[in-house]
Structure formats: structure tokens, C-alpha cells
Design a protein around this ligand. Structure first.
Ligand SMILES: *[C@@H]1O[C@H](CO)[C@@H](O)[C@H](O)[C@H]1NC(C)=O
Length: 205
């Protein structure tokens, strides 16, 4: 009797484990791929050319730039649970602290050097300085940043995501470029209204 119960329990636990594994990425689709109605589906539909902008004769950007190849820019990714971003860092520029609510990020440094880091749910910082050829993983949902501390050379990184739409929540933008009450922010940051208003000024467009 007790062995039947324990077998049943094992079965239930493994069923839950499998369910968790299958829900680790975007929802599964029941077709090979998804194409918007009216789209001509051929090789071109499955090709993304947006990263050609990184190559000469195009001039490199003067501010940090994230070129995304997610579902919005590349509709063939719908339902495939993958996407990419090319991250271009002029000398001395940062990608401010942010999170991706729907995916981990696997960053590959192609050129330059890059200081990267994330903070876990116990508030512990994990940081590293990467060399070309290195990869770094930012766990799903955690606050992270990248910084090209080199004052001369640009850096170029490519990030892969386990979601066609990983989403980005920029921490400075979320807190200082929305209409959250200044009193709420002053209390949250243990400071006064003048400090909050001064911080908000940098975001007013
Ligand atoms: C502030 O938010 C607006 C509207 O979303 C956006 O267009 C602008 O770029 C943001 N400003 C900064 C400095 O991020």
C-alpha cells in the first residue's frame, strides 16, 4: 500500500518537473512556424539583415546602441523561443542597469573589453571584466549592466535570449522617467523631494 502511494507521489513529482521544464521558455507552438497573415513565406521571411548596419561603410554610433533581433523586428522568431541583440559600446559608455523579465541573457564579447555584472535576489553582486571570445550569462529576471571602461576603444557584444520577446525593464527609466509620485521615490531612496526632482531632470525629454 505505502509503496503504491510512494510510486504515485514519484509520478506526480516527475510530472510537475516535466511541466516546469517545458514552461522554461516561450509557450510551445503547434505548427512549424508562425507567419503573419498575408506574408509571403520564403527564405527572406526567415532572414534578418538588420545587423548589416554594424558593418562598414556605416558609421559606428556615438552613444550606446542595442540593435535587437526579437519578434518585433524579426517576425519569423514568433514561437521559436530565441532572439538576439547586438550591443555596440563606444569608448566609456554603459548599458544602464536593467532586467529581462522573460529570459536569461547569454552575452558573447566579439571585440573590445567589457565590465559586466548582475545582482542576485540576496543583493549579492557578481561582476567580471570580459575579453574578446568570452561569454557571460545573466540569469533570468536579475538586474544587470555592461560598461565599456576603455577610454579609447569601442566594444561589440552579441546577446542570445531564450525568448522571442525577452523584454527590457530599464531601472533608471522605470523609476525616474514615469509618473511615480516624487514622495514615493523620496521615501524609497531615503532622500528628499529636491534630490528626486534633480535626478528626474536628466530624463525629461
Ligand atoms: C523618457 O521616456 C520617454 C517616453 O517613454 C522616452 O521617449 C525617452 O527616451 C525617455 N528618456 C530617457 C532619457 O530615457
Amino acid at each position: 500500500m505505502s509503496s503504491t502511494i510512494s510510486k504515485l507521489l514519484t509520478l506526480i513529482i516527475s510530472a510537475f518537473t516535466i511541466m516546469q521544464i517545458t514552461s522554461a521558455g516561450d509557450p510551445n507552438i503547434l505548427t512549424d512556424f508562425i507567419a503573419p497573415v498575408g506574408t509571403q513565406v520564403d527564405g527572406t521571411f526567415f532572414t534578418f539583415t538588420g545587423f548589416r548596419a554594424l558593418l562598414p561603410p556605416n558609421t559606428p554610433p556615438s552613444a550606446f546602441k542595442a540593435l535587437k533581433a526579437s519578434k518585433a523586428e524579426f517576425p519569423a522568431l514568433d514561437g521559436q523561443s530565441v532572439s538576439y541583440a547586438a550591443l555596440v559600446f563606444p569608448a566609456g559608455k554603459i548599458n544602464p542597469p536593467h532586467t529581462h523579465p522573460r529570459s536569461a541573457e547569454l552575452l558573447f564579447l566579439a571585440a573590445g573589453s567589457l565590465q559586466v555584472g548582475f545582482v542576485d535576489t540576496t543583493n549579492k553582486l557578481f561582476t567580471q571584466t570580459l575579453q574578446p571570445g568570452d561569454m557571460f550569462v545573466f540569469p533570468k529576471g536579475l538586474v544587470h549592466f555592461q560598461f565599456n571602461s576603455d577610454t579609447q576603444k569601442p566594444a561589440l557584444a552579441f546577446s542570445a535570449f531564450g525568448s522571442a520577446n525577452a523584454g527590457t525593464v530599464s531601472i533608471p527609466n522605470t523609476l525616474l522617467n514615469t509618473t511615480i509620485d516624487d514622495n514615493v521615490l523620496a521615501l524609497a531612496f531615503k532622500t528628499n523631494l529636491a534630490t528626486i526632482q534633480s535626478l528626474k531632470k536628466g530624463f525629461a525629454s
